[in-house]
Design a binder for this molecule. Structure first.
Ligand SMILES: Cc1cc2nc3c(=O)[nH]c(=O)nc-3n(C[C@H](O)[C@H](O)[C@H](O)COP(=O)(O)OP(=O)(O)OC[C@H]3O[C@@H](n4cnc5c(N)ncnc54)[C@H](O)[C@@H]3O)c2cc1C
Length: 417
């Protein structure tokens, strides 16, 4: 089947890989000069399947209020006269109940565990290298109350298949010796031995090369302007380089997806949540962590990517602005240096900002629409790298007319009414 994949982020390229593998003729359309140059470029690098939890939970509204006005607030709403943002916030608050958080955690975990396994298989199939590490991810806590809460949460997600091993401060240092200097500040940790990390950009770029070798056509520097529909089918897309026709179209435009679906009458509540990363060149390997880390209280993740340490996190709801705010990245850098003072040359650190495509329930939108051959693959929010391979496999199954290997309950756009 002739299939268009719109967007060459990690989500679009992974879908292209599985579509080509299923025998389809695939064209990927991307406005940038290459793959993975927007949100998939310098993210936190974690395949955090065991931490597939929505930001929308009962504790978040009070925390956001507490952080108001702080330059280093882990979550910051720059409220502005944007009706899409207000509608999104309203829906987000509706998901901050214990019941909704439980439902959304199950949906996220279902996709993430499936996706992590798919990534492992893809690695074995292709031999792809992307500074990956498979030593697990350690979640660290300083506040004993937060740690107690995390332990209770770990019990709650155990039946979903999540493995989180409780560790005291000494146990944390045992897993990651570079934490030795911070030992006295730690209340405890949760170790997820099956989780992974790796450079999402390198993965996306190399997978795109593999796809090209399998016959996938990449049209870079091409902007999609609108989708073309005829009755209950999408016939293709108008781009600034002409009209492309296809039997099936997969929409994977990250935070920009709603602009293409709206003219077709499909309202996608995907809104950008800006996040930042700091990449520090590692100079003393023993001073930087090797195991992936999650500092849950500060909403920061640490991934060792070869000779670099990537530290990423925080969220800012500020529209589509991707400017790097100095105070926000400095605060991330300072947190990293507090934990790992000798990790590398901070003066050479690189700063970056990207827009997470967030749905208000934090669950991605994967599935068919009222247009039988238009498939959505977007809204992966905080976990797009974690969920890319699984989402791509689902998309390939849908285009091929096969039943996906996991239940799609609660993943479709229809859940938003
Ligand atoms: C600071 C930060 C840290 C993160 N850390 C992690 C992490 O540790 N683990 C994890 O799993 N996830 C993480 N994420 C989330 C993850 O990066 C995203 O969910 C993921 O990159 C989204 O991929 P995507 O392909 O949907 O979007 P994108 O990578 O943004 O790709 C969409 C593509 O569509 C193209 N496009 C848009 N509009 C058009 C158009 N009209 N025409 C043509 N092309 C168009 C864009 O140029 C872009 O290349 C993090 C995100 C941030 C910001």
């Amino acid at each position: 089947m002739r299939t268009l994949v719109l967007g060459a982020g990690v989500v679009g390229v992974a879908a292209a890989y599985y579509l080509a593998r299923a025998g389809h003729q695939v064209t990927v359309v991307e406005r940038r000069a290459g793959p993975g140059l927007e949100t998939s470029f310098a993210n936190g690098g974690q395949i955090a399947a065991n931490h597939s939890e929505p930001w929308a939970n009962p504790g978040t509204p009070a925390k956001v209020l507490k952080w108001l006005g702080r330059a280093d607030a882990p979550i910051l709403f720059r409220l502005r006269a944007d009706p899409r943002l207000w509608a999104w916030v309203f829906r987000f608050l509706g998901n901050c109940t214990a019941r909704r958080a439980r439902i959304n955690t199950e949906r996220l975990t279902r996709v993430s565990l499936y996706s992590r396994a798919a990534l492992g298989e893809l690695r074995a199939e292709t031999g792809i290298q992307y500074d990956q590490r498979t030593q697990g991810i350690l979640h660290i806590y300083r506040d004993p109350r937060e740690y107690e809460h995390a332990l209770a949460q770990a019990e709650m997600v155990r039946p979903l298949g999540c493995v989180r091993q409780a560790l005291d401060a000494a146990g944390c240092v045992g897993v990651e010796p570079a934490l030795a200097g911070a030992r006295d500040t730690l209340a405890g940790g949760l170790y997820c031995p099956d989780d992974e990390s790796g450079d999402a950009y390198t993965f996306t770029a190399r997978l795109a090369e593999i796809c090209a070798g399998q016959g996938v056509e990449f049209r870079y520097g091409t902007t999609v302007e609108r989708l073309r529909a005829d009755g209950d089918r999408v016939t293709g897309a108008d781009t600034d380089g002409g009209t492309l026709t296809a039997d099936a179209t997969v929409l994977a435009l990250g935070s920009y997806s709603p602009f293409l679906t709206r003219p077709l009458g499909i309202t996608l509540p995907v809104y950008p949540a800006k996040g930042y990363s700091v990449t520090i060149p590692v100079e003393r390997p023993e001073g930087a962590p090797e195991v992936g880390l999650l500092d849950d209280e500060r909403k920061l993740v640490y991934s060792r990517l070869g000779q670099r340490l990537r530290v990423a996190g925080t969220a800012e709801f500020a529209g589509y602005d991707t400017a790097v705010t100095e105070s926000r990245v400095r605060s991330i850098l300072n947190s990293a240096l507090e934990l790992f003072p000798d990790c590398g040359d901070a003066a050479k650190a690189e700063f970056w900002a990207g827009l997470r495509p967030m749905t208000p329930d934090n669950v991605p939108v994967i599935g068919r629409t009222r247009y039988a051959n238009l498939i959505l693959n977007t809204g992966h929010g905080t976990l797009g790298w974690t969920m890319a391979c699984g989402s791509g496999r689902i998309v390939a199954d849908l285009v091929s007319g096969r039943t996906p290997e996991i239940d799609l309950e609660g993943l479709g756009v229809e859940r938003f009414g």
